[in-house]
Design a protein around this ligand. Structure first.
Ligand SMILES: [Zn+2]
Length: 232
């Protein structure tokens, strides 16, 4: 009887360990893009990154504003997207291709390919989870871009990473100021959006706490918090 119990327990443990160790199966695969010949196109240099889906390139000494077709930023992931695009394209040469199906006059929508490796930048942004497929107007690769979005979502990449949201919702660490006898070196804290400065530990600092010299805080027009009554 006791042996049988142990045996069942062993089976249960074996099943459990199998479940834990089994690799996660993904169902979404990467879409296949048609091969296009890029080398016949004139390349142009990226001269500015305006935001996550808009850049400026130099084409024959003319500045051309380029909006990345089919890509839209996620509301709370704009800064990350802009940084990602900056890292991908700053100082690089690119090929830009109109979407014949989609382009209308006064639009600046292009597919952007990085010259050295032919990286399809629009697709890469969505594949890595830095941006979303913009489905407001139809474009040639809409189905593929939606699939890339599902791919990133299933693998919790970039903006789809839930642990990222948890880390954001935690309050910023409060750094205790070093004690100083010089009034100018007293450290106070401001928030990203507020107009007051605070002592360390003030409850108004739960969202953000940016350390700053008292003199700097005063010079920048912050006024003392009435709750924690910081030095003035
Ligand atoms: Zn305060």
């Amino acid at each position: 009887m006791r042996n049988k119990k142990n045996f069942l327990l062993l089976i249960a443990l074996a099943i459990l360990s199998f479940c834990v160790a089994a690799p996660v199966k993904f169902s979404v695969e990467l879409p296949a893009f048609e091969k296009i010949s890029l080398t016949d196109l004139p390349s142009c240099q990226v001269i500015r990154i305006i935001n996550g889906n808009t850049i400026v390139v130099d084409m024959n000494n003319q500045d051309i504003k380029v909006r990345l077709t089919g890509v839209k930023p996620a509301e709370k992931y704009r800064a990350e997207l802009a940084l990602f695009v900056k890292n991908l394209l700053k100082g690089e040469d690119v090929y830009i291709v109109n979407d014949a199906d989609q382009n209308e006059p006064n639009k600046y929508d292009y597919y952007v390919y990085r010259v050295p490796d032919g990286l399809f930048v629009n697709a890469e942004i969505i594949r890595q989870g830095y941006g979303l497929a913009d489905t407001t107007t139809p474009f040639k690769y809409m189905a593929e871009f939606k699939q890339l979005e599902e791919f990133a979502k299933e693998r919790s990449k970039g903006l789809w990473d839930v642990s990222r949201l948890e880390s954001i919702s935690q309050p910023a660490p409060i750094i205790l100021p070093k004690t100083s006898t010089q009034a100018g070196d007293v450290i106070v804290y401001v928030t990203k959006t507020g107009k007051k400065y605070h002592r360390a530990g003030c409850s108004y600092l739960s969202k953000s706490a940016v350390p700053m010299k008292l003199s700097d805080a005063q010079a920048r027009g912050y006024s003392p918090c009435t709750k924690c009554n910081p030095p003035q």
